[in-house]
Design a protein around this ligand. Structure first.
Ligand code: FUB
Ligand code: ZN
Length: 635
């Protein structure tokens, strides 16, 4: 069984997700727009809108107001913002936001060169350097992001201005790589998955051909980037062209067995591969995706769905190297893992993909944004100790507080676009089958004519009520999460016993049917593999898809001296104070050791019984700087 993603316009969320989507629309999108225009006080400068304006000036033969500013991929921040705005507009029509987006699209369009080339870094200056540094220059990456924005904006508004710009840009790229056969593929995969979106939206075969070319070309000539480097006298970061692992070009993609290198590059590539396999039925490509998926999720993933454990190269390390305190776990990488899982579902319906999408979403991704939507984590550690984290050289990347913005601002708009398009990840369809991969209060309508309403307070209450508002002879396929050890299901009030098939329940339904799924929300201890050396003797606490963490703030300022009493009952409490009001906390029985004055002592520490309080990981760091720990000692 396979399925397709439904359009975001067909989905409207309430509940937990709806609240987050409203936050994106009301706070995050305006905040990020102001920041991209350099109008947020105290935030890192972006310069992205100015870059497009300056590129347009240069194309008109005028003098730019300033040099290009920022990272070589700065354009992509505007693209991701536009994409998020498009999804938000689909859910919450807003003339003012649409006007802003239209204006930005005009600015972007005016920065496109006659031949379709679009990239401000090499238009504001250095035109002669275009396409000479696929290794580092991110031209294809930026195009990919803008293509995604173009598709989303067209789907949301019916306006094709940006889509036309990006079709012209795709033609320019097609000419260079397919017609003129200049060779090579992007140093940072992204455009592959974007071209698949362009192909699905427009039906233009050239997009598919180009995606296929970039995917097949990767790893074919491992000396490509070296030869490219020899032909030019400039570099962005002095990257090593032989470090093929870093950009997954060490082997042809069909021969790759383990996830290596830069984590975001990896999962964007694998998403493109899985999307292509779903379209073409390429079994060999799908097998490679499956191997890579298993390697990541069985050996290289944090409990939070975070991936890429080392700061060195923002990369995968080796199997089971998952230190909690020096974790990198870039927010974009968790976002990309969800893309990958979603693309795998188009090849094969299996609950394991939805399980991981959900894990990454509620933990690795949501933690990337403060609860007020105005500050962001790029790196997502599972343990933070103020005074060391963010300070000591080995921990400098693990910040104890979310900054307002970044010089390299890839993560904040990535969170925005993912949250705003949650429906695309939650639902799918194939013929008369409706797939519910993730739970969210709200409604969804499907191309097959069905309309489904879902009522739930998930992820804090584990009852999900579905009502089929419209549709005859449909099959409702609902994923039963792997963490729910038991579940009950009723159809129109009658209990029914059904077995899962690859993690999904399949029910025949008709208009008016009410289905109630009750899952097991008992909080639980989770133990790490003995192979993860940094977690020996530790356990974490989870409830449903939520990973919990312990903050000093709720635990007398110190979580390091706490050990949880293994296996003892965990109790629930509702938090009352903002910003965590309404969140369910967990209390565990624990033992606290007194902290000796000496660095080392032969006196055995005294202990006393106490309670340890945990909050969901995604809410950490919202109440000032303090200790945080996911993996706790257990006694
Ligand atoms: O290179 C573009 C983006 O910047 C990557 O995806 C992130 O990891 C950050 O390095
Ligand atoms: Zn990022």
């Amino acid at each position: 069984m396979t399925e397709k993603q439904i359009a975001p316009a067909a989905y409207k969320s309430g509940g937990f997700i709806g609240k987050y989507q409203k936050l994106i629309k009301d706070e995050v999108i305006p905040y990020q727009y102001a920041t991209l225009g350099d109008n947020t006080e105290g935030a890192e400068k972006s310069g992205v809108i100015a870059n497009f304006k300056n590129a347009a000036k240069v194309l008109r033969g005028e003098k730019p107001d300033a040099d290009f500013y920022g990272m070589v991929f700065q354009d992509s921040d505007a693209a991701k913002w536009l994409e998020a705005a498009a999804y938000a507009l689909a859910d919450f029509p807003d003339a003012e936001l649409e006007k802003k987006a239209d204006e930005l699209i005009e600015i972007i369009a005016s920065a496109q060169d006659e031949d379709g080339y679009l990239n401000t870094r090499f238009t504001v200056s250095d035109k002669e350097k275009r396409w000479t540094n696929l290794l580092e220059a991110h031209e294809l990456y930026c195009s990919g992001h803008m293509m995604e924005a173009a598709c989303a904006y067209y789907e949301a508004t019916g306006k094709n201005r940006l889509l036309k710009v990006m079709e012209k840009n795709a033609d320019c790229i097609y000419k260079r790589f397919i017609e003129e056969k200049n060779g090579g593929c992007p140093g940072h995969p992204e455009i592959e998955l974007a071209l698949m979106k362009m192909y699905r939206l427009t039906g233009e075969k050239k997009h598919l051909e180009l995606a296929e070319y970039f995917i097949n070309e990767r790893g074919r000539d491992t000396g490509f980037y070296q030869k490219e480097a020899e032909k030019r006298d400039w570099t962005v970061w002095n990257s090593n062209p032989w470090d093929n692992d870093y950009r997954q070009s060490h082997l042809p993609v069909r021969e790759q067995t383990a996830a290596v290198g830069h984590a975001v590059r990896a999962v964007y590539l694998y998403t493109g591969m899985a999307e292509l396999a779903a379209e073409t039925g390429d079994k060999e490509l799908l097998s490679a995706c499956e191997r890579l998926w298993c390697n990541i999720t069985e050996k290289q993933m944090y409990i939070t769905g975070g991936i890429g454990s080392t700061v060195s190269g923002e990369a995968f390390s080796v199997d089971y190297d998952l230190p909690p305190d020096t974790a990198y776990a870039e927010t974009c990488a968790a976002v990309g893992l969800i893309f990958f899982g979603r693309a795998m579902l188009k090849n094969k319906i299996d609950g394991k993909y939805g399980d991981i999408c959900e894990r990454a979403f509620y933990n690795g991704v949501l933690a990337g944004m403060a609860m007020d939507g105005k500050s962001f984590f790029y790196v997502n550690p599972l343990e933070v100790i103020p005074g060391i984290s963010g300070v000591s050289s080995n921990y400098r990347h693990d910040l104890p507080q979310r900054p307002k913005w970044y010089a390299c601002a890839c993560c904040p708009p990535n969170v925005a676009r993912l949250v705003a398009s949650f429906g695309k990840y939650a639902y799918g369809e194939n013929g008369d089958t409706i797939y519910c991969h993730m739970f969210a209060d709200g409604s969804a309508s499907f191309d097959n004519g069905a309309e489904l309403v879902c009522e739930t307070e998930y992820p804090y209450v584990f009852t999900v009520k579905y009502t089929l508002k419209k549709g005859e002879n449909k099959t409702l396929a609902v994923r039963i999460p792997e963490w729910s050890r038991k579940y009950d299901l009723t159809l129109n009030g009658n209990k029914i016993a059904l077995l899962t098939e690859n993690g999904y329940l399949y029910l025949n339904v008709k208009s008016g049917d009410k289905i109630v799924l009750s899952m097991d929300g008992t909080p639980r201890f989770v133990y790490p593999s003995a192979r993860i050396h940094s977690l020996t003797g530790k356990a974490a606490v989870m409830r449903g898809p939520l990973v919990y963490c312990f903050e000093g703030r709720d635990n007398e300022g110190d979580v390091l001296s706490l050990s949880l009493k293994d296996g003892e009952l965990l109790s629930l409490s509702r938090l009352d104070n903002e910003p965590l009001a309404g969140v369910t906390g967990i209390t565990a029985s624990a033992v606290r050791e007194n902290i000796p004055q000496e660095l080392y002592t032969d006196k055995k520490p005294e202990t006393h019984n106490c309670e340890a309080r945990a909050i969901p990981y995604y809410t950490w760091g919202n109440r000032g700087e303090n200790q945080m720990r996911v993996w706790m000692n257990i006694k």
